[in-house]
Design a protein around this ligand. Structure first.
Ligand code: HEC
Length: 419
């Protein structure tokens, strides 16, 4: 349901930001009388339009800049919310005044010996909200265009970005993984489905949730046996989909409202899930389907994403307290390090690259790339050009580089390590 301003086959020429400004300028010629009433009108319009799917107050976080609010409105329009273009300038002005950026910590740059270079690609549709990145085996980079209802494929060599439209309108593609045959799987977070795209044909197969309560499939991962596991955050479920049969089974963790979120698989094939609603990490035995929960020591911990190193140590980002955590599932022992940009830095997407942890601080201004070496227990950080925000998930290329999806800046960033 997106209307790309340019052909998806072309390299993007007009940046989304410029396109948004163009829309705003075109709308700036409304009659003077209409403009006088604008602030009140804007408030009434927002109150009436922006609380049906989510309470607006629950989504404003630490606020947005003017440009950020333009992008947010773009996202909502892509998602089917009726916002007349001529209202855009007044709405953006009202939202920016009411919910300005505040309380974001300044990024702390920790120098170190490692070199990186970063390169970003823009998603063709403004307000796509690239949620998850994926580094496919053929060298292409993918992202879920959550609000544009597309999967995007970047060919870094040809410098092209192609969008694949999905089947169910506004299905909210969110998590992203590739199977062994090269199919691209995603969770439809608002469509209550798991989807599979065959990139050769563009064909999409959808698997609906078997339980009407399981409305929001979130993150997904394949285990060693090729079974697809996924979390259903608000429904408090962990799901198992057998790609051979399409059969879905839903498990319920022992803790109520645990908000199953990020996932990783250890060397033995156990599925680990961080529970973002509480201070715990769950382990699912893929055979017996038993769930064991590990409590983290601080009751305020809210682990959001997870990576497992080859020694089967679990690493998690504690979003609420701004920590990197280490859990040894053998002993239950936990160790934590304060993230460089501090308690409010909101560490989020994390990956293991050859035994070293790489993650991003999603509230640091600008967002950062953080490297932590477990051997030396030392951090090194970099800021992401253009702000980077908000990095919600990360992935690793076959040659060991780090990939970020930048949801608000509508980009995907490749971090080349050691170059
Ligand atoms: C048709 C449903 C729907 C309506 C109506 C709606 N939104 Fe949203 N909104 C979403 C979804 C889906 C998301 C993304 C997932 C989430 O955060 O729940 C979202 C997220 C957001 C976010 C967080 C964005 C981010 O990237 O973190 C903001 C801010 C927001 N909406 C503002 C608004 C405003 C302003 C309006 C009114 C113009 C509005 N929404 C109306 C569905 C809706």
């Amino acid at each position: 349901m997106s209307t790309p301003l340019i052909s998806p086959e072309e390299e993007p020429q007009l940046s989304p930001r410029k396109a948004i400004i163009a829309v705003a300028l075109a709308a700036a010629t409304v009659p003077a009388t209409a403009q006088q009433d604008a602030p009140n009108d804007a408030k009434a319009f927002i109150d009436a339009t922006c609380n049906s799917c989510h309470p607006l107050g629950a989504r404003v976080g630490t606020g947005y800049t003017e440009e950020g609010w333009s992008t947010v409105l773009r996202m909502m329009i892509n998602h089917g919310v009726g916002v007349p273009p001529e209202k855009m300038p007044a709405l953006v002005a009202y939202l920016e005044k009411t919910y300005p950026v505040r309380g974001r910590p300044e990024a702390v740059v920790v120098p170190g010996p490692m070199k990186v270079t970063m390169r970003a690609w823009e998603a063709p549709t403004p307000g796509s909200r690239p949620h998850d990145p994926l580094a496919a085996r053929d060298g292409s980079l993918w992202y879920t265009g959550q609000m544009a209802n597309v999967l995007g494929r970047i060919d870094p060599k040809m410098r092209t970005v192609r969008e694949y439209p999905l089947k169910t309108a506004h299905s909210g593609p969110h998590g992203l993984k590739e199977d062994r045959a090269g199919n691209i799987w995603y969770t439809g977070n608002t469509g209550a489905l798991i989807g599979k795209l065959n990139p050769k044909t563009g064909e999409v197969t959808e698997y609906k949730m078997p339980d009407p309560e399981a409305k929001d499939p979130h993150t997904l991962i394949f285990d060693k046996a090729g079974i697809l596991w996924f979390t259903v955050q608000n429904a408090n479920r962990i799901g198992r989909l057998d790609p051979k049969t399409g059969n879905i089974k839903l498990l319920t963790p022992p803790t109520a409202k645990s908000r199953p979120y990020g996932m990783a698989v250890d060397s033995k094939g156990n599925v680990f899930v961080v529970q973002f609603g509480v201070n715990s990490v769950a382990r699912v035995d893929p055979k017996s389907l038993q769930i064991k929960e590990y409590k983290l020591p601080d009751p305020g911990a809210r682990p959001r994403r997870i990576a497992i190193t080859s020694d089967d140590i679990v690493w998690y980002t504690d979003y609420a307290r701004g920590f990197l955590g280490r859990l040894d599932p053998k002993t239950g022992e936990v160790k934590e390090w304060q993230s460089p940009s501090g308690p409010k830095s909101a560490p989020y997407g994390i990956s293991d690259i050859k035994g070293v942890l790489w993650y991003s601080e999603s509230e640091a201004s600008p967002n950062t790339v953080v490297r932590f070496d477990p051997k030396t227990e030392k951090f090194q950080t970099w800021t992401i050009p253009g702000g980077g925000n908000i990095v919600r998930n990360t992935d690793v290329t076959r040659d060991g580089n780090f990939v970020l999806a930048n949801s608000l800046t509508n980009e995907v960033t490749l971090v080349r390590i050691g170059k």
